[in-house]
Each structure stands twice: as structure tokens, then as C-alpha cells.
Design a protein. Structure first.
Length: 521
């Protein structure tokens, strides 16, 4: 009854939420646009305050008819605080009404799984902002539209909830962006809007809900597409809108669910579903048309990354400000104070600390994410198992025993958990929270993971009985591969630096409290 009670309490009570401001522990990091000459001044008169909130994953209480095996199976692979999602959103909205920012931006995944009843609840809560005269701009996330996983849970059974079609999404969020659009893309739910004078937001629908699969339609299983892309026609429309806004002297910012910039080396390879397809080409096109800032969500990652490209003497950059999920560790949201010409963005982070019925939100989120690692890792490995099988073939060509790699995703996950499980949990927690390079445990983890992985591989080689000489040769080969391909990715995650791509001059930054400068128009 605990889950159902928490959902009901969160929905029916006036949620009280305690917010905690982050502290960088030093001077703010300042990022500038390459080649720009910025005056060293404080914010001009009449600065604008923008609240960034994402991945709220609101679950309407009525979706849980009764607790039982059906809902337990769902949360087994889901570390979000779904039972407190209503309270989290309501609490942040209440705080926003009290502070009265100039704008609230939410880049997707407003609901658990796109249930119409959850969307209607979100709209009702966001209506408090509209009633207070605070404009809200939203875009859909991969969970929000035509999601086959939207369900009612009733004991051991579940059955489909009413899904949200693209047209219903636009209808529901008419007051939260679509009704004030300057222009709409005809091939997606993308739109352009100028919510504040001088600031044009290109709100991009990067989702692939048209590729979802449904058992009820004859597919072998339900599949909700996680990956994202920008359609060719949408890109053409986007660039036209950017040119138009820049020509009018407006500052142009992209808002989309999927990351637009890699937040660590090999993100495109290891977690490609969280970054936009062909991100380098997309980013370069955007930069060429005057776009230098993107606001994103999706990976529940609280991180700021910069894509800087230097070609000859010319340099250009695009910054991706990704905000973590408010209902997953460490439960963050951001406040931006922007100069009135939108060239200076002072970004700070706050956290949901406690709310009615839960005194320590972050600890609860931490514990749930920590416990979820095995199931989540197994699911992720299963998702990319075909790539792992290809690595098996590559290893065979290098003279490795065929059974060096496990034969199934679950066996591989068990092997990793047994050997480096605690390190992987800690790595993931540090990485999710941001400012990972400042964590004193990062360097230790880098070495400990390497040592344990090498010990694991050596033992598996020994167990195959190939002999000491061949084992040593194989380990030398694996060492070279690890240092070239694996280590840079892990180091990039734990140090917040670029390790592999020479042309991308990524910078260490404060992911929590940062000042960004954009070019003057």
C-alpha cells in the first residue's frame, strides 16, 4: 500500500517541497563564445529569470489501481521516484509561483509513459504558472507520445491506458507553447516561439514515436523508441527560422529532449540513444546559422558540454545545457538569470530536498538508482548485445579464446556486477550529479576499475587453459585496446574532459554554477 498511498498523498495534498541551492565552492566558471569581445560587467538592467525543469515523468495516481506484481515488474527496471512525481512537480511549480520567473522551459518527458490522464494532470499543475502570469514552454520527450508502455496497474495485471497522440499533445499544451508559436514545422511537433522579447526558442521534436511497436498491432513486443533525430524537413525549417530570427537581431536557442552535444567521449557509441543522430553535422549546421546554445534533458544527466570546432584560424562553439530529472538522483533543476540582450546566462542549480511524505528525497533517489544498477545494466547490455557479438568476432581475429566474452547479456551483466559492480554504481552516481572532475574519488575509481577489469580478464583467460605465454600475449592486446578505446571514455565521464577527438576542444566546466556568454546580435 506504500506506493499507492504516496501517489494519492502527492496528488491530493498541497505538496510542500524544500529546495536546496548548489554551491560551486569557488569562482564561477565562465565560458565565452570563441572570438567574441565581452564587456566585463554585471547583469544589465532588467535581467530575465528562466527556470529549467525536465523529465518530470508524472504518474497520475489513478494509474495504480492496486499494488501487485504488475507494477513491481515495472519499477524493477525504473529508478525514478514515480510515486512522488506529482508532489515534485507541484512543489517546484509552487516555488516558481512564489519567485515569479519570467519563463519556465521543460524539454520533454513530462509524463511516466505518455498516458493521457498523466498529461492532463501535468497541464492542470502547470496551469498554476499560467494563472500567475508565468509563460511556460514545453516540447515532447520520447515517453510522451504514442507510448505503448502507458498502462493501468491492477494487482498482477496491467492494461493499456489512453495514449496521447501528436494532435492531442498539441491540444493539451496549447497554452504552454503551441498556441503562441511564431511558426510550426509541418512534419513534426516542432515550433518557434518568442516567449520573451529578443529571445527566440526553436522547440524541436526529436522523437521517433512513429517507429514505436505494439503487440496489439501484431508486433512481437511493445517498443518505445528511445533514440532521437531531427528530420531533414524539420532541419530545413529550423535553419530558416534561425536565419529569420538572427536577421531580426534576436538571440536563438534550441530546446529539445535529446542531447545535441556529446557529454562524454563515446556517448554516441555507448549511449547513442541519448544523443541526436548525426550530432556533429547537426551542431555544425546550427552554428553556421547562429545557434550557440541548446537546452536538453533525456539522459537524467546534470551536465554542461561544449562542442568547439577549430578549422584553420576560425573557431565556433555550441553549448548543451542538459538538466537532470527532477524525479531521479540528484533531483535537480536550474535557474538562469539572463541579461536583457540574452548574451550573458548565469546558471545555478537547485535540488528537490524534501516534500510531504518524504523527508529526504535525494537519499531515496540515490538508494533506488543504486539498487537498480543490475537490472538497468542487464537491460542496456541486452539492447546492444548484437554489437557485443561483433566484438567477439573481432577478438577471435586477434587470437582471443571464443569464450573470453560471456554468451549472454545476463551473464555479461552478472560478470561485471560481481567484479566491478560497486565501482560502476559509484561512477554512475558521480557522473549523474555533475562536477565529476572535482570529486576526489574520480581518479581512484579510474585506477580501480582498470585493475579489476584486467584481473577479471586474466582469470577468464587462465580458466580457458591456453597457457601462460598466450595469456600474457592476450592481456597485452587487451591492454592496448582498453587504453585506446575504453579508458578514454571512462576518464571522460569522470573528469568532464574530452579525451579522443582532437578537433573538439571541450572544456572543463562547473556543471552546477556557470556563466555562459553568447554572441551579440
Amino acid at each position: 500500500m506504500k506506493m499507492r498511498k504516496a501517489l494519492t498523498t502527492a496528488a491530493m495534498a498541497a505538496a510542500t517541497v524544500t529546495l536546496m541551492m548548489s554551491c560551486s565552492g569557488g569562482e564561477e566558471t565562465v565560458w565565452g563564445w570563441p572570438g567574441a569581445d565581452y564587456p566585463q560587467r554585471d547583469m544589465e538592467e532588467n535581467p530575465k529569470t528562466i527556470l529549467l525543469l525536465t523529465d518530470t515523468h508524472v504518474m497520475a495516481p489513478e494509474l495504480l489501481k492496486s499494488e501487485g506484481a504488475a507494477f513491481e515488474r515495472y519499477v524493477k527496471y525504473d529508478p525514478k521516484l514515480l510515486e512522488y512525481s506529482v508532489g515534485v512537480l507541484q512543489g517546484i511549480v509552487d516555488a516558481a509561483v512564489a519567485r515569479h520567473p519570467d519563463l519556465v522551459v521543460i524539454p520533454g518527458d513530462l509524463t511516466k509513459d505518455g498516458e493521457a490522464v498523466s498529461h492532463r494532470l501535468v497541464v492542470n499543475i502547470l496551469g498554476n504558472l499560467r494563472a500567475a502570469g508565468i509563460p511556460v514552454v514545453v516540447v515532447p520527450g520520447n515517453h510522451d507520445i504514442e507510448n505503448p508502455n502507458g498502462s493501468y496497474f491492477d494487482g498482477d495485471q496491467k492494461y493499456p491506458a489512453e495514449r496521447t497522440s501528436p494532435s492531442l499533445f498539441v491540444e493539451l499544451y496549447n497554452d504552454f507553447g503551441y498556441g503562441r508559436a511564431l511558426s510550426r514545422d509541418m512534419t513534426s511537433l516542432s515550433y518557434a516561439i518568442e516567449p520573451l522579447d529578443g529571445l527566440v526558442l526553436l522547440c524541436i521534436d526529436t522523437n521517433r514515436y512513429d517507429e514505436n511497436k505494439y503487440v496489439e498491432r501484431g508486433d512481437s513486443r511493445n517498443v518505445n523508441m528511445t533514440a532521437g533525430r531531427i528530420r531533414t524537413t524539420t532541419m530545413e525549417w529550423l535553419l530558416q527560422q534561425a536565419d529569420k530570427a538572427c536577421a531580426a537581431g534576436k538571440q536563438v536557442v534550441v530546446v529539445q529532449h535529446h542531447n545535441l552535444v556529446q557529454h562524454y567521449d563515446a556517448q554516441e557509441i555507448l549511449q547513442g540513444e541519448y544523443i541526436i543522430d548525426d550530432y556533429e553535422d547537426v551542431a555544425r549546421q546550427m552554428m553556421n546559422h547562429g545557434i550557440h546554445l541548446a537546452i536538453t534533458g533525456h539522459q537524467h544527466l546534470h551536465d554542461i558540454a561544449q562542442y568547439r570546432v577549430k578549422e584553420g584560424t576560425a573557431a565556433d562553439s555550441l553549448v548543451d545545457v542538459a538538466t537532470g530529472s527532477a524525479v531521479a538522483y540528484p533531483n535537480p533543476w536550474r535557474t538562469v538569470v539572463a541579461s536583457n540582450d540574452f548574451t550573458k546566462w548565469r546558471i545555478s542549480t537547485e535540488y528537490v530536498s524534501s516534500l510531504q511524505g518524504l523527508s529526504d528525497v535525494q537519499q531515496k533517489s540515490y538508494d533506488r538508482l543504486y539498487a537498480n544498477l543490475y537490472n538497468g545494466l542487464t537491460a542496456n547490455i541486452d539492447e546492444v548485445w548484437s554489437k557485443v557479438e561483433n566484438y567477439r568476432k573481432s577478438l577471435a581475429l586477434l587470437g582471443m579464446p571464443a569464450d573470453l566474452l560471456p554468451s549472454s547479456a545476463s551473464e555479461f551483466a552478472s560478470l561485471l556486477i560481481d567484479n566491478v559492480g560497486d565501482d560502476l554504481r559509484e561512477l554512475f552516481m558521480i557522473y549523474n550529479a555533475g562536477n565529476e572532475g572535482a570529486n576526489p574519488r574520480s581518479e581512484w575509481l579510474l585506477e580501480d576499475i582498470r585493475t579489476k577489469l584486467f584481473n577479471m580478464c586474466r582469470q577468464r583467460l587462465v580458466d580457458t587453459g591456453i597457457g601462460e605465454a598466450r595469456t600474457n600475449n592476450c592481456m597485452a592486446t587487451l591492454s592496448g585496446m582498453y587504453d585506446k578505446y575504453v579508458s578514454p571514455g571512462i576518464r571522460s565521464m569522470l573528469t568532464d574532459t574530452n579525451q579522443m577527438q582532437d578537433n573538439v576542444l571541450s572544456s572543463v566546466t562547473d556543471d552546477l554554477n556557470t556563466v555562459l556568454y553568447l554572441p551579440h546580435r
